[in-house]
Design a binder for this molecule. Structure first.
Ligand code: 5GP
Length: 211
């Protein structure tokens, strides 16, 4: 039975973690290797980092532009992180889910909570833990474009983020990159098969019982 013959609803796969826990490289690997999975591109009021591109990493907005989008209801969720605003544009998510395409979200805990409230049957939440805080600090220091002050703020934010670990469906300790990618992949594949996403099953069962 091919998936094209049996339409399904897409999965909202949320990957949250303290910054530095490795979620960006894990997302990148999944997006490169999983068919039917695309990244939700957020809007933010923070400045682009070197190498970040408009429309690929983020949609970079001014405070006024962001506020106007909030007013228009353009975000499915939005939250503030270290004084900057971040939000998930609504339309691409709704279109993807209805078309049976899965969406990956790299958002923090408040965004996960809000997205789950907006789409309770669609969200599968994964939280990634670093093996240790020392390792997390080491990874944050390697982002040399950030100042010491920015790094200290990010370590504090990381601790705050980790405190929300138990709001997620799955929690993985990111010790080994390949193993973590495989674990996320397994969670995605299982979620695709969940009853609520198999839009064809109701008719199929009604047909079976009517035979
Ligand atoms: P960064 O500035 O390092 O790119 O992101 C800071 C934090 O904001 C990260 O934890 C990231 O996952 C989160 N984030 C990125 N986009 C969104 C979004 O659309 N909504 C929410 N709630 N958080 C986001």
């Amino acid at each position: 039975m091919s998936s094209s013959a049996h339409p399904r609803r897409g999965v909202c796969l949320v990957l949250s973690a303290a910054p530095g826990a490795g979620k960006t490289s894990i997302s990148r690997e999944l997006l490169a290797t999983e068919a039917h999975l695309s990244l939700s591109i957020s809007a933010t009021t923070r400045a682009p980092r070197p190498g970040e591109e408009e429309g690929k990493h983020y949609f970079f907005k001014t405070q006024d532009e962001f506020a106007a989008m909030v007013g228009e209801g353009a975000f499915i969720e939005h939250a503030s992180f270290l004084g900057r605003s971040y939000g998930t544009p609504r339309a691409p998510v709704e279109q993807a889910l209805a078309a049976g395409r899965d969406v990956l979200f790299d958002i923090e805990w408040q965004g996960h909570r809000l997205l789950r409230a907006a789409l309770p049957d669609d969200v599968v939440g994964i939280f990634l833990l670093p093996p240790s805080i020392r390792e997390l600090e080491r990874r944050l220091r390697h982002r040399d474009q950030d100042s010491d002050e920015e790094i200290a703020l990010r370590v504090a934010a990381a601790r705050d983020e980790i405190a929300h670990w138990d709001e997620f469906d799955h929690v993985l300790v990111n010790e080994d990159f390949q193993q973590t990618v495989q674990a996320v992949r397994d969670i995605l594949h299982a979620a695709r098969g969940a009853r609520a996403r198999q839009l064809w099953l109701g008719d199929f069962v009604a047909g079976l019982l009517g035979e």
